[in-house]
Ligand binder design. Structure first.
Ligand code: AOF
Ligand code: ZN
Length: 376
């Protein structure tokens, strides 16, 4: 039988890293495999912030067998003393002979120092194997480290005739249970879920992860962490009785300076945290500032935007949407057109916003289109 290649071992490490998809926030998902004489002697993945890194688990499993082994890691081993000791030091101490790294750690505290430490200790280090796959696993972490803002994924549901709700605002449910399960998993992998206040006023959505609807083995453990809820609410119109304020987890209401003090007090009494930002154009919340805040202060990696046409349009207009997941249901709603995006500034064909479609697939009886806006 042919011996497994470097790429096959790295693929295994990526698979391990994926086990942390729902739990590592705010840390990246990382996997590690230790191989000696073409046989696996240790493996591990990072499960939760504050707990050991992937390499530490793999070294623990390998014990003495780590000596002269090759390590395959999906992210550069760390060089800093964080909540755990530096993984580069642990690999050197264990006597590992070669380290294959999928991608450099974009964290400025590491940023190549882990690789340099290994090389200085005489270890052969190869960087870049399956790098694209490794980056795709942590779009949020990479975005926060490099751009100081989260990776924004916009989710929308519409009928085949492009309606997102009835003229009354009624919209439950356009898509089927499979698509809604998929949305639950999108929420669960995100650090935060963002919406506009009108969406809450219309739907009274809770914006929570529900274990029963996740369809995952570790559903209870995953639902134990509720993503931060972020409500964009310039005039503080969020009702005190909003269902999301009574759910486990935090609700951050983003508003502008000069907001009504009484309303602010009432919302805080109802359990909301109010974030006051400088007003941008038209007196509305400045979205770039909000995203920067979320990255810096809340360490938001992936942000799921679940909202109506106004905020969706404003986010797109501000070039803050990285990915769209559009669920299309095989049904016709008719009625007055409510657009997916309010983009009032677009009047000529030359101004249209072209998308690049990355994937289309059936999810139960619905279709899911994954797309990304082409950069202007
Ligand atoms: C690794 N292996 O499995 C992970 C790494 O807060 P700490 O101490 O857990 O450190 C988190 C940082 O460590 C994180 O921002 C990233 O740079 C790196 N993550 N590094 O060698 C791992 N999860
Ligand atoms: Zn580490």
């Amino acid at each position: 039988m042919a011996k497994p290649t470097d790429a096959a071992w790295m693929a295994r490490a990526l698979q391990l890293a994926r086990r942390g998809l729902y739990t590592t926030h705010p840390n990246p998902r990382v996997g590690c495999v230790l191989v000696k004489h073409h046989r696996l002697v240790g493996e591990g993945w990072h499960e939760r912030a504050g707990e050991p890194h992937a390499e530490v688990h793999a070294l623990g499993m390998a014990g003495e067998a780590a000596r002269r082994a090759t390590a395959y890691v999906t992210l550069e081993p760390c060089s800093h003393h964080g909540r755990t000791g530096p993984c580069a030091v642990a690999l050197i101490g264990a006597g590992v002979q070669r380290v294959v790294v999928a991608m450099q750690d974009p964290n400025p505290e590491v940023a190549g120092r882990g690789i340099a430490m290994l090389r200085e200790a005489g270890i052969e280090v190869n960087v870049g194997l399956l790098e694209e796959e490794a980056r795709a696993l942590n779009p949020g972490f990479v975005s926060r480290m490099i751009r100081q803002r989260p990776y924004v994924r916009l989710k929308m549901a519409m009928s085949l005739d492009g309606r997102t709700a009835m003229p009354s605002g009624e919209s439950q449910w356009i898509t089927g249970p499979h698509a809604r399960g998929e949305v639950q998993r999108l929420r669960a992998r995100s650090s935060a879920i963002m919406t506009g206040v009108d969406s809450i006023i219309f739907d009274n959505s809770r914006l929570t992860v529900r274990a029963a609807q996740l369809g995952l083995e570790q559903a209870e453990a995953v639902a134990a962490r509720q993503p931060l809820r972020v409500v964009v609410d310039t005039q503080l119109r969020l009702p005190q009785a909003a269902a999301c304020l009574r759910e486990p987890g935090r609700t951050l209401v983003a508003t502008v300076s000069g907001c009504d003090r009484q309303r602010r007090k009432r919302l805080e009494a109802a359990g909301a945290e109010v974030l006051v930002l400088p007003a941008g154009e038209h007196g509305r919340v400045e979205l770039h500032a909000l995203l920067r805040y979320l990255a810096e202060h809340e360490r938001v990696n992936e942000l799921l935007l679940e909202t109506g046409a106004t905020l969706a349009g404003a986010m797109l207009d501000a070039d803050l949407v990285d990915e769209m997941q559009l669920f299309v249901a095989p049904t016709l709603l008719g009625g007055e057109a409510r657009p997916l995006f309010a983009l009032p500034g677009l009047t000529r064909m030359a101004q249209q916003r072209p998308l690049e479609i990355l994937d289309i697939r059936a999810i139960g009886r619905d279709w899911r289109i994954t797309a990304r806006p082409e950069r202007r």
